[in-house]
Design a protein. Structure first.
Length: 249
């Protein structure tokens, strides 16, 4: 009887271990599946209609602060996926060897939301009195240029036949975008910033790109004061992969 009980216990432990392994594998494969779905997504009218409803991708300042303080962090990678007919974007912390060491998710802000108050982007200017590092100056973007790029992306969603071209380089669909951590920490270090808004837009090459803006708790663009029309900074020029070599495998 003791021998039978021993075997029963062993079987139960084996089943539990197998289930735990299965759950872990499912979680890993889900992320891989979303990335694969994006690379193979049919950018048709159905996709365009769904994506037009996406205003931006929101990352909380608390999540970003934890991500940017991760030990051994070298830079950030914004990884593209595909879920429920729209592009999904996660932010990953990457070490100097190019390995992902941490990740946070974004929340989609839809255009129909009653918190859709982001039109100020076309009405503000950059604070030119502030001294910035070479890295920040490299990524600094005029709000009007940012607004034009975002509008151009929305307009391209009406031209489905061009979507494969603007989301790819040399026939290879963009997998991710790399950005120096300093850009995000610069946004976070300003008083009143509750979220970082990531917008999709078009760059000077007419390719899909990312645009970063500091937002307050109500998703308004954070200005230097309540009455001003000046913002600290809007940033772009993240490096897409491909053609850059920041792989996200």
């Amino acid at each position: 009887m003791k021998k039978i009980n021993f075997y029963l216990v062993a079987i139960v432990i084996f089943v539990m271990f197998s289930c735990q392994r299965g759950t872990t594998q499912d979680e890993i494969s889900t992320t891989a599946s979303e990335k694969s779905n994006w690379l193979n997504a049919d950018l048709d009218n159905k996709f365009a209609s769904s994506q037009k409803e996406v205003k931006s991708y929101l990352f909380s300042s608390q999540d970003f602060s934890k991500l940017t303080s991760t030990p051994d962090l070298h830079h950030l990678r914004f990884v593209l996926g595909y879920e429920n007919g729209i592009i999904k974007i996660d932010a990953a912390g990457v070490n100097s060897a190019g390995k992902e060491i941490s990740r946070i998710n974004s929340k989609v802000l839809f255009a129909s939301s009653n918190q859709d108050k982001l039109t100020d982007l076309n009405e503000v200017t950059i604070d030119l009195t502030r001294k910035r590092t070479a890295v920040l100056n490299k990524h600094l973007l005029s709000p009007k240029t940012a607004f034009t790029g975002i509008e151009a992306w929305q307009e391209k969603l009406d031209k489905v036949e061009e979507l494969n071209e603007i989301t790819s380089y040399d026939g290879l669909r963009i997998r991710s975008y790399a950005m120096e951590t300093e850009v995000i920490t610069s946004i976070l270090n300003k008083a009143g910033i509750e979220k970082v808004g990531l917008f999709l837009g078009l760059n000077k090459e007419g390719k899909m790109t990312t645009i970063f803006v500091g937002l307050d708790k109500d998703n308004n663009i954070k200005k230097t004061s309540a009455t001003s029309k000046i913002v600290d900074g809007v940033y772009d020029f993240s490096e897409p992969s491909p053609p850059c070599t920041d792989d996200d495998h």
